[in-house]
Design a protein. Structure first.
Length: 133
């Protein structure tokens, strides 16, 4: 059996790291593909840092239909998100990540994470209704 050398140990570590990195890149895309082909996003309703954040499929708006005080445009996502009753416009990227009008350059994995990122970015300020055109 060959002796373990520093070179062999580093080569093995690099191979393991490369394999883990490849799996991390493949997994999110696979999850996004599953969602696009029949998977569903779960509704949420919670208080995050003192702000009420809510989200649910837009086809099942229930009592939330009047909460935003205007029309609801989900940019084809089929999902609506609210911060303190005001609609937070969210969009889904091609890779399955989500962005909002508040944190447009910081993609996150779910609409809930988009709502939390918006609350963080707002730093206590009120979310104002976004004019629809």
């Amino acid at each position: 059996m060959p002796e373990l050398t520093r070179r062999r140990a580093l080569t093995a570590a690099a191979a393991i790291a490369a394999t883990a990195g490849t799996q991390a890149l493949v997994a999110p895309g696979a999850a996004a593909a599953d969602h696009r082909h029949g998977g569903s996003l779960e509704p949420f309703d919670e208080v995050y840092k003192g702000r009420r954040i809510q989200g649910r499929p837009s086809d099942d708006m229930g009592g939330m239909a009047g909460m935003g005080g205007g029309h609801h445009h989900q940019h084809g996502t089929g999902y609506a998100v609210f911060v303190d009753g005001v609609e937070l416009h969210v969009m889904r990227n091609a890779d399955g990540s989500w962005i909002s009008v508040v944190s447009h350059y910081d993609p996150v994995p779910t609409p809930r994470a988009a709502a939390r990122a918006a609350v963080d970015e707002l730093q206590g300020a009120a979310l104002l209704p976004f004019p629809a055109n």
